[in-house]
Design a binder for this molecule. Structure first.
Ligand code: SF4
Length: 685
């Protein structure tokens, strides 16, 4: 055995610490890092199998343009030349970057700086748009800042945990293990699961509310009404309007709207009102909705109104899907943010311009993910750089994404894998470093910054994403601003910008990490932000008047509804052993054992009605597309609803993918697609 390298798992937003040891047979043994505060040594099956994903089979190892291998210098020169030609002829808004929660913070920072700071357009968005952008809107509206007011430790100190729209047992397994242990140690702690499906997460639930899909907001608006007699007068901005709307949401109306028993709804409300400490954990079932932002605010409202926030064991806790969704939020990876949680406001634009030494800062938000690919389809965006993500599989309406990319004059794909659904449309392919080869930082759901450390050499000519961005930037004429030699320099710059002219007006501040030496950066222990020279600042409102905001929320149902032609509602989500579009986990035989092909989970009543038998093949079709899946007849599913996993890419699912079925209906505030709700029909295949 050689030295141990401490790093962070590259899969979900729990952000578990791992230890990597080389074995005598030159393989790698992965174990949980007992010192990491996210997991204290635990790993789930995906994290434990990381050592089996390190092979070079299928890797993209050399730069290519139009399928021809080139030296880096030639590939970078040619790509920069083509980008510059498009900018010169059509302006900066004709160029866009589409990034990923898989990128490290340093990569993300570099990409955002080039696009918003020097190309001068807001057009960088990320696949995190599909995951938690509604949660960002919710926090910003309530607190004036994108601040997650919870930590994992809170789970060990609370009296009530409400999981809503979250199958944490499969999607955030180590967090679920912590919750399970907390429940074993303190059985009096209550757990409520709000989810139309009976999932593995329900195994520890004291109460499962299998509500009508998409009706969640009503439970929290009604709860606000239930809390009303105990509220102080006009503590919050928006309080009167929020309570006026809530007043209509009586117990009977909520139960009817959510198709639940009144007694169960009342139990939830009483438990919440009586608990000294309560947490609400939410994820895609809330965020991936045409009213996802409002649902988030409905949840935050009850925590603010009841004072169950800003103290131990309390708070509305958005769980992020990806390892660095939070890092993307920090650097400005979302098209409607600038950098370091700054906004497209004159003071912030000027501040970032001073710091970067640029007079070309974008002054308006760019295109959000779905809009971005629509603009490519209309020919308005003529060059897109897709970094570490596979939008052909992950975006809704995937056939339109394919048509858009087929028409786009310049598609740059920086990737680890040679042949992905998306890279088939690439003009330029840049070989990127994979987990184990890259070096930098990520931020997990509880705002904890951890190091990903390299323990493998770069294979072939693969390079870090930040390096590629810097090389292109230098060729576009921005040599001074992109002179970095090591990710440590980028992290220092990012940390310095977070504290630049801050004076407590922005929540995100890690200026206490701005002057780390290279050795200190290499040895950086996991740390939760903010990290300022004055120490950690308390939870507060960042609205200019210092008050929290209760948002008036009128519960709404999803836009898609079943009809005579498409009588079932399709829900999509993660399964336990796969990650995203399977480009990594799909290559691990033991992870494929859990589910070898996409399953369509269906209630026995519907199975009988449509002549579907367990394990039989089923064709499922919407107005947009279709796919084939294997039936799993189960009473865990509500009648009238079916569930299919999101993961299968073309390599694994030759009979279609789920996102060809899903329409691009988005939340108007966050731009997040309603991936949880599609009207479909099924037939035996
Ligand atoms: Fe990795 Fe998430 Fe599993 Fe932790 S819970 S080991 S971060 S996939």
């Amino acid at each position: 055995m050689t030295n141990v390298v401490r790093s962070t798992c590259p899969y979900c937003g729990v952000g578990c610490g791992v230890e990597v040891r080389q074995t005598e047979s030159r393989g790698f043994e992965i174990s949980g890092d007992k010192q990491h505060p996210a997991n204290f040594g635990r790993l789930c099956v995906k994290g434990a199998a990381l050592g089996e994903t390190l092979g070079l089979e299928g890797r993209l190892l050399y730069p290519e343009i139009n399928g021809e291998r080139l030296e880096w210098e030639a590939a970078l020169d040619e790509t920069a030349h083509r980008l510059q030609a498009i900018i010169d002829e059509f302006g900066p808004k004709a160029v866009a970057f589409y990034a990923s929660g898989q990128l490290l913070t340093e990569d993300y920072y570099a990409a955002n700086k080039l696009m918003k700071g020097f190309i001068g357009a807001g057009n960088i968005d990320t696949n995190s748009r599909l995951c938690m952008s509604s949660a960002v809107v919710g926090y910003k509206r309530a607190f004036g800042a994108d601040f997650v007011p919870c930590s994992y430790e809170d789970l060990e100190q609370t009296d009530l945990v409400i999981l809503v729209g979250s199958n944490a047992a499969w999607a955030h397994p180590v967090l679920y293990q912590r919750l399970m242990q907390a429940k074993q140690q303190r059985p009096q702690m209550k757990v409520v699961v709000i989810d139309p499906r009976r999932t593995a997460t329900c195994d520890i639930a004291d109460l499962h509310l299998a509500l009508r899909p998409g009706s969640d907001a009503a439970l929290f608006v009604g709860l606000l009404n239930h809390l009303q007699p105990s509220l102080a007068e006009t503590t919050f901005d928006g309080q009167t309007a929020a309570l006026d709307i809530a007043a209509d949401w009586t117990l009977e109306k909520c139960a009817d709207f959510c198709q639940l028993e009144s007694a169960d709804v009342q139990t939830l409300w009483q438990w919440f009102a009586q608990a000294n400490r309560a947490m609400t954990l939410y994820t895609m079932g809330i965020n991936q909705s045409s009213s996802g932002s409002d649902k988030c605010n409905a949840i935050i409202n009850v925590h603010l109104a009841s004072g169950k926030i800003g103290r131990e064991g309390c708070g509305p806790f958005s769980l992020t899907g990806q390892p660095n969704a939070m890092g993307g939020r920090e650097v400005g990876g979302l098209a409607n943010q600038l950098a370091c949680h700054m906004n497209f406001e004159p003071a912030d634009i000027a501040r970032v311009g001073r710091f970067w030494g640029s007079e070309r800062i974008a002054e308006t938000p760019g295109l959000m993910a779905v809009e971005l690919f629509e603009a490519i389809g209309r020919g308005e965006v003529k060059a897109v750089w897709i970094m570490g993500t596979n939008p052909l599989v992950s975006l809704p309406d995937s056939s339109h994404v394919a048509q858009a990319l087929a028409k786009c004059p310049l598609v740059i794909v920086s990737e680890v894998v040679s042949d992905t659904d998306t890279s088939r449309f690439a003009t330029v392919k840049f070989p990127a470093l994979a987990w184990g080869e890259k070096n930098g930082t990520v931020t997990n759901s509880e705002r904890r910054i951890s190091r990903q450390r390299a323990f493998l050499p770069a294979p072939g000519e693969a390079r870090a994403d930040w390096w590629m961005v810097a090389q292109i930037a230098q060729r576009l004429g921005y040599r001074e601003a992109f002179h970095w030699q090591h990710p440590h320099q980028i992290f220092s710059e990012h940390a310095a910008l977070s504290g630049y002219e801050n004076n407590g007006i922005r929540a995100f501040d890690i200026s206490g990490l701005a002057n780390l030496s290279r050795a200190q950066y290499d040895a950086l222990e996991p740390v939760r932000w903010p990290v300022t020279e004055q120490g950690h600042s308390p939870f507060k409102s960042w609205h200019p008047n210092g008050k929290f905001q209760l948002l008036p929320v009128e519960p709404a149902l999803p836009q898609a509804s079943a009809d005579h032609t498409y009588p079932l509602i399709l829900n999509s989500g993660r399964i336990r052993d796969q990650w995203h579009t399977m480009t990594r986990t799909g290559n691990v035989p033991r992870l494929m054992q859990h589910m070898k092909m996409p399953l369509l989970e269906i209630h026995p009543r519907d199975a009988k009605r449509y002549g579907v038998t367990n394990s039989g093949l089923v064709r499922v079709a919407s107005r947009s597309g279709g796919m084939v899946a294997k039936a799993w007849v189960s009473e865990n599913q509500l009648p009238g609803n079916v569930f299919v996993p999101m993961h299968w890419n073309q390599q694994f699912a030759r009979k279609g993918q789920i996102n060809s079925l899903v329409k691009s209906v988005c939340d108007p505030h966050s731009g997040q697609p309603e991936s949880k709700q599609t009207a479909v029909r099924i037939q035996r295949w």
